[in-house]
Structures are given as C-alpha cells and as structure tokens.
Ligand binder design. Sequence first.
Ligand SMILES: Nc1ncnc2c1ncn2[C@@H]1O[C@H](COP(=O)(O)OP(=O)(O)OP(=O)(O)O)[C@@H](O)[C@H]1O
Length: 280
Amino acid sequence: MALPAASAGADPGTAALLSIEAISLRFGGLKALSDVSFHVRNGELFSIIGPNGAGKTSMLNCISGRYTPSEGRVVFDGQDVTRLKPNRRAAIGIGRTFQNLALFSHMSVLDNIMVGRHHLLKNNFLTGALYWIGGAQKEELEHRRKVEEVIDFLDIQHVRKAAAGTLSYGLRKRVELARAVALEPKLILLDEPMAGMNLEEKEDMARYIVDLNEEWGMTIIMIEHDMGVVMDISHRVMVLDFGRKLVEGEPAEVLADPHVRKAYLGEDDLDEAAPAAMTA
Ligand SMILES: Nc1ncnc2c1ncn2[C@@H]1O[C@H](COP(=O)(O)OP(=O)(O)OP(=O)(O)O)[C@@H](O)[C@H]1O
C-alpha cells in the first residue's frame, strides 16, 4: 500500500511530552501490565503493537485516565497525572478515539463534533467567565470556526448534516477522529483507527493521521494491528507481549528484533520467515 512515510517529513523534538514510568496494572489476579516504561516525544507518531491481550488498550486507558495503574506514574507535559480523572486529562490536552465507535448515532455529524467541544470548554473556568462577560457569541463563532476547519481537513463536508448512524463505517471512524481532533489535544490516542476498514479507507485514514502529525503538529500514540501501516507511518514502535515491554525502537529495528519475530511468528518459523510477513 502506498502510504506517506512520517519519518520523511515530520521532525519530532527530543523533549518528552509523555513519560510512562514503571506502570503495572492488575485486575484481581491478572497482571495486564508489568513494569512498563517509555517516553513519547513532542511531535512524535508512536505506535503500540502486540498480540491480542498484550495490554495495548489497558496502556491507553492508563494514559487517558480510564484506568489508574496499580503502580507507577503517568507524567504528561511535566505534570503527574496518574490520579487525574479522564475529563481533567482531556482538558489539559489528552484526546482519544475508541476501539468501538462512540458516536451519538441520531445526531448530525456537526453536532457530534460540537458536543465534544462544548463539553470540554464548559469545564474551563476562564471560558465560563468569558461567557458571562458577554463573549458568548464570539465564543460560539470560534467553536464553529474550529469545527469547520476540522470538517474540511477530514473531508466530511458532504455529510456534515447527516445523522452519524447513517454513515458507512469508514466515515463514522473519520467523524470520531474529527470529534477528538476538534478538542485540539496536544496528544491524541488512537485505538485501532483502521480496524474493519477496506484498503482504500485504510489508505485515507493513514494519510489523515500523518497530516495530523506533520501539518497540525499533533503528537500521536496509535494502537493498530495492520503491521504494514504501522511500520510505514510510525517514527517509533513499542511492542507489548503479555503485559511486558518486549522492545521499542524505529520500525526497522523493531522488525529485525528476534524477540518480536518470535512473539509474532513462533520460534520455529524464525529461520524461514521474512519480517515483512508479520501480521498481527
Ligand atoms: N476491565 C478489565 N477487567 C478485567 N480484565 C481486563 C480488563 N481490561 C483488560 N483486561 C485484561 O487485561 C489483559 C490485557 O487486555 P487489553 O485489552 O489491554 O489487551 P490488548 O492488547 O488491547 O488486546 P486486543 O488487541 O485484543 O484489543 C487481557 O487479559 C484482558 O482480558
């Protein structure tokens, strides 16, 4: 598949926007994450891969605040957010999309996107104050302007008035991305953005993700099972296996790693199988 290579154009900085420090997560007797540490730099497109049940979504949930780790710390933009509620994390710039679509199906595309923004800004004291000082109309116009910009970027103008539930799966995934982007996060967490898509839809989605990173400067953490896409567009990749970090590095390093090939292919296949044959 011909995809834009993020590593060619983007220029991730060296400062860590997110630091995951020795996180473990338990569900009763089950350890979903064991002592996982990594950093994501400002401007980076970072992917997390691993077999089913490896702990990928659990990690995103620890970053977004849905889960609180049993041990370890989550530091975002210099602030310890380990115990911060999800809505507070959204307000300081951590956005996300979900593995399963979470749109209001009877509402229009436009309203789905607007609702997200209103919800976020309502929680902001300064915005609330401006509203009462008389900036309500200006505020509303600013909302609309931002939302229209996102709608243009994701090429969903033609469906902006349609009920979200009537759209194709690929379009609904794009609307969900639009809603997350409209909140203007510094870091966006994408949980399987291409799951269930056909090849053309995947190519489109990959392009939007790269543009978000390169043109909008958004730092991205993506979970994705399509190995071709992950290796084409990511700056760095981390592999989880049974809740542990197996390896982390640039795509070529990760593909060449014998532990990764073993986890995906099984030890017996190591000699014959080429890394490009890996699929999750
Ligand atoms: N809320 C929960 N309660 C109990 N166990 C959970 C919960 N969430 C996740 N787990 C368990 O934690 C482990 C890691 O699950 P997780 O969903 O994070 O894996 P994953 O790598 O995202 O898998 P997949 O690729 O299938 O989505 C699994 O054994 C799962 O059953």
